[in-house]
Design a protein around this ligand. Structure first.
Ligand SMILES: C[S@@+](CC[C@H](N)C(=O)[O-])C[C@H]1O[C@@H](n2cnc3c(N)ncnc32)[C@H](O)[C@@H]1O
Length: 220
């Protein structure tokens, strides 16, 4: 039930994970509790990012020296846990999500991992919450993993809030390959956004074929 890339066989996914930093007990328990939610039909089995993506995001957060981060779409908190662990002890992560139940699960694991004091959750619709942040509130790193048709607005709102060289990560930008032949409005939204970003001189852009596609945008 653990999410894996549509590009990997189950054997290759196991190999990728065995060749990367191993999950610690907090992550293992969070993945298991989230998989149980999905097994009961209470959440989509594809919501949570893949373990190798979490490991990558933790490393990237630390490597770019991010201190202030924002996440749009938190669910049960795995990606936020990875980002928070990559921040320094006095760093901060602001999480936007509309679901109190899922972010309540997240909070238990963040506290257990000792990073709960770095993370603030704002419940509600993400776009108005983002728009209402104080004008001077900026971020070194952003991760977008909420409603796919909202991504273009999130990127537009994030641009003025990113520090120079700040990095925005966009999840699911391959839509399991359907960006080549969009089947629904979320596929169309991502296909259009991918094309627009590749031509947008304000960002340095790369779409990595990691998990379900992870786009990195560096603010020029
Ligand atoms: C794919 S899940 C996020 C998975 C998470 N990043 C992880 O790795 O576990 C998407 C989340 O976005 C939230 N969400 C979707 N649309 C939203 C919106 N318009 N405003 C706020 N939250 C939203 C959902 O409640 C859900 O928790």
């Amino acid at each position: 039930m653990t999410p894996r890339s549509f590009l990997l066989t189950p054997e290759l996914a196991d190999y990728v994970r065995a060749s990367s930093e191993p999950a610690d007990p907090v992550v293992a328990d969070l993945l298991a509790e989230t998989a149980a939610l999905a097994a009961r039909g209470e959440a989509s089995p594809t919501y949570q990012i893949a373990p190798e993506q979490g490991t990558f995001m933790q490393l990237l957060t630390r490597a770019v020296g991010a201190r202030r981060a924002i996440e749009i779409g938190t669910f049960t908190g795995y990606s936020a846990l990875c980002i928070a662990r990559g921040l320094p002890a006095d760093g901060s992560l602001l999480c936007l999500d509309r679901d109190a139940g899922w972010t309540g699960i997240a909070r238990r694991y963040w506290d257990r991992a000792g990073v709960g004091d770095r993370i603030e959750v704002r419940l509600g619709e993400a776009l108005p919450t983002l728009r209402e942040l104080p004008a001077g509130q900026t971020f070194d790193l952003a991760f977008v993993d909420a409603d796919k048709s909202g991504y273009a607005d999130y990127v537009a709102e994030l641009h003025p809030r990113m520090t120079d060289n700040g990095v925005v990560l966009l999840d699911n930008t391959l839509r399991e390959g359907r960006v080549l032949d969009p089947q629904d409005r979320d596929d169309v939204a991502l296909a259009e956004l991918n094309a627009a970003l590749a031509a947008d001189a304000r960002w340095e852009t790369v779409l990595l074929p990691l998990a379900d596609g992870l786009t990195l945008l560096r603010k020029r």
